[in-house]
Design a protein around this ligand. Structure first.
Ligand code: G3P
Length: 218
């Protein structure tokens, strides 16, 4: 399973990259706003800075909600770094049309805000590179995000779609472990959730004991 980091924070992206396990980055307008990045020039520069840190794909979301605007914006975003930028588009009528347009041009796309198997089917048929079901937001409303993930993975495997399932809106390590169980292609997570995978009291106490014993025999 690939690991993307879900942030626009350069320091966190750098820390995840330094671990040597980072496969890509996802952002969205809320994450950009959280970093205080404002205005087209600054936003584009910020994407450039992200692309300079990571080796893998970087999802950049369009702000436009209508087809023509999505096409114009997506083209500009892609040119920031054609080897890395993945155009992120919402699972709406205009978004699906734009995904079809970009996929026919050979551009990478990420279909975001996916909450049903039907939406995931349309994303794949339009040729999306990634389909992003929002696990945590479904759990928030008493639904079952992981169950949706499992259905989408099964449906893509059954029909042989190339679209990769990118689990998004991940809130805790249990989500990541369940992503592994259902065979998700990619999980995009905040840095603290990735780091918590490392933590176990027996690892911590084991290192302390080995260090003490190592020092006693130096
Ligand atoms: O990748 C989408 C993700 O950023 C949404 O997460 O926590 O806002 O639901 P959240």
């Amino acid at each position: 399973m690939k690991f993307f980091i879900d942030t626009a924070n350069l320091e966190q992206i750098y820390r995840a990259h330094s671990l040597g396990i980072l496969d890509g980055v996802t952002t969205n307008p809320s994450l950009m706003a959280k970093e205080g990045i404002k205005g087209k020039d600054n936003i584009f520069q910020h994407y450039k800075a992200i692309c300079n840190i990571v080796d893998g794909p970087v999802s950049a979301e369009v702000f436009a909600t209508k087809y023509d605007g999505m096409i114009a914006e997506g083209e500009e975003l892609y040119q920031i770094e054609p080897e890395k930028i993945t155009i992120k588009l919402p699972c709406t009528e205009d978004g699906i049309r734009a995904i079809k347009y970009f996929s026919e041009k050979g551009y990478r796309t990420n279909c975001t805000l996916v909450f049903t198997v039907g939406q995931a089917l349309l994303a794949a048929k339009a040729g999306a590179t990634y389909c992003s079901p929002f696990i945590g937001r479904l759990d928030d409303i008493g639904s079952d995000g992981i169950a949706l993930l499992e259905e989408i993975v099964g449906m893509y495997n059954y029909y042989g779609f190339d679209t990769q399932v990118l689990a998004a809106s991940i809130r805790h390590t249990r989500h990541i472990l369940r992503c592994i169980e259902v065979g998700t292609d990619v999980a995009t997570c905040p840095l603290d959730v990735i780091e918590k995978l490392l933590v176990h009291p027996l690892t911590t106490s084991g290192v302390e004991i080995f260090t003490k014993d190592a020092n006693s025999i130096k």
